[in-house]
Design a protein around this ligand. Structure first.
Ligand SMILES: Cc1ncc(C[n+]2csc(CCOP(=O)(O)OP(=O)(O)O)c2C)c(N)n1
Ligand SMILES: [Mg+2]
Length: 412
């Protein structure tokens, strides 16, 4: 199977896995220098999964990464400086320092949906993206990833079932790295292959060695082609191993040493390098050139990131909530008349209305207060005026007095 790839494809897969690892190695150093804001998650030993699967997508396709899929972002065209700056909360980062880790997207150019922390929620979202692409006749495929732990969430099952009933052109990569935080997969799922979960929903699935990048790529390519032809969704279980702890703060002492050793010996980059050397697709000189290219690129990218300023303090309150058109234009690209796809207005009058609610104005621009009815009793209204300086309101004092008085009466 691996031989069916061109020399360039083999070399590109090697390059991106090396780049993936080097970007993360650089971030470990930045983390230890206290320059990373928030957590740092590692995909050490799992690079073949992110790189091999994303490499099967076309430019027009869409993906949504999870925290261990920086490799997929790099393959899709995200420059390493964006990954660095995002982790360092710098002003030039894609979210301008507002969010961390790989929590950013690029809807306009690279077709990347930002990760969602709630495990599994990207499944229905990317199913929706896949359906939208089909609706618009774009023939795109949407892809996302989920962990072994994440595959036990309700939304994984709801989402996969929904994707199946919709025959969405969607590929879900189940990255089985044998651990979900400190829980081994055997203690959370009583089946050998997590891919079997797809059978319950009539979804085609593949199991692949997640540490063999050429196998991952050829499997993903087949899945993407099937999905594009209307045979989706497809689930791929990639069997691999999480070589570091859940994040930098976790030394993962609960993982048996022999297990670590077993998987270290199956390192995806060393394996692919061995294959390339054996097949004479790469030699020592070529390898050194790739190493030098990556070092030079990352030095430049890291310098740029380190020199980028932190966001100015005045910026703190901006861009937190979308305030409508003055924030960014939310316009569906209907490509069909809006009237044709908008449901008819209800003929039933609203029972009650709240002034200003739903007017689209946020706290940034002349906020509309939201009151859900009169929660304060009419006769207490005057007493219960809100106190801004922390002083007790007269209403509270009165209430406390009357409670004490009642208690005294009860004693007597
Ligand atoms: C719905 C939900 N539950 C719990 C969490 C907290 N959480 C974040 S990562 C994680 C472990 C995930 O394990 P797995 O899905 O196997 O992914 P891995 O970390 O191994 O890549 C948990 C429990 C969450 N983010 N979302
Ligand atoms: Mg896991």
């Amino acid at each position: 199977m691996a031989k069916a790839l061109t020399k360039q494809q083999h070399l590109d897969l090697y390059y991106y896995m090396r780049l993936n690892r080097a970007v993360e190695d650089t971030m470990v150093k930045l983390f230890r220098q206290n320059k990373i804001v928030g957590g740092l998650y590692s995909s050490l030993g799992q690079e073949a999964v992110s790189v091999g699967t994303a490499f099967a997508l076309e430019k027009k396709d869409w993906l949504a990464p999870m925290i261990r899929n920086i490799g997929a972002l790099l393959v899709k065209g995200v420059p390493p400086r964006d990954v660095f700056m995002q982790h360092m909360a710098k002003y030039d980062s894609p979210t301008k320092g507002k969010d961390g880790t790989s929590h950013f997207g690029d809807l306009d150019n690279l077709h990347i949906v930002s990760p969602i922390s709630m495990l599994g929620d990207l499944i229905p979202v990317m199913t929706g993206v896949a359906m939208a692409g089909r609706y618009l006749g774009h023939k795109i495929v949407a892809m996302t990833w989920i962990g072994d732990g994440g595959s036990s969430t309700g939304v994984f099952h709801e989402g996969l079932n929904f994707a199946a009933t919709q025959k969405a052109p969607f590929v879900l990569v189940l990255e089985n790295n044998l651990w979900a935080y400190s829980t081994p997969v055997k203690r959370q799922v009583p089946v050998e292959n997590l891919a079997d979960r797809a059978k319950a929903y009539g979804v085609k699935s593949f199991v692949v060695d997640g540490n063999d990048v050429a196998a991952v790529f050829t499997t993903a390519r087949e899945a993407v082609e099937l999905a594009r032809e209307g045979e989706g969704p497809i689930l791929i279980e990639a069997k691999t191993f999480r070589r570091m702890g859940h994040a930098q703060h976790d030394p993962a002492e609960y993982v048996p040493a022999e297990m670590k050793k077993y998987w270290e010996e199956r390192d995806p980059i060393s394996r692919h390098k061995k294959f390339l050397f054996k097949e004479k697709l790469l030699d020592e000189k070529g390898k050194k050139e790739i190493d030098a290219k990556i070092s030079a690129l990352l030095e430049k990218e890291r310098d740029f990131a380190e020199n980028s300023p932190f966001p100015p303090a005045e910026f703190a309150e901006h861009g937190v909530y979308c305030t409508g058109d003055d924030c960014h234009k939310i316009r569906a690209k209907w490509e069909r008349p809006i009237a044709e796809v908008t449901p008819p207005k209800s003929g039933v009058p609203a029972v009650w209305t709240v002034e200003g609610f739903g007017s689209g104005k946020g706290s940034g621009g002349g906020s509309a207060p939201i009151h859900f009815g009169d929660t304060v009793k009419h006769e207490q209204k005057e007493e219960a005026a809100p106190s801004n300086n922390g002083a007790k309101s007269p209403a509270k004092k009165t209430a406390k007095k009357s409670v004490i008085a009642t208690a005294r009466k009860a004693k007597r």
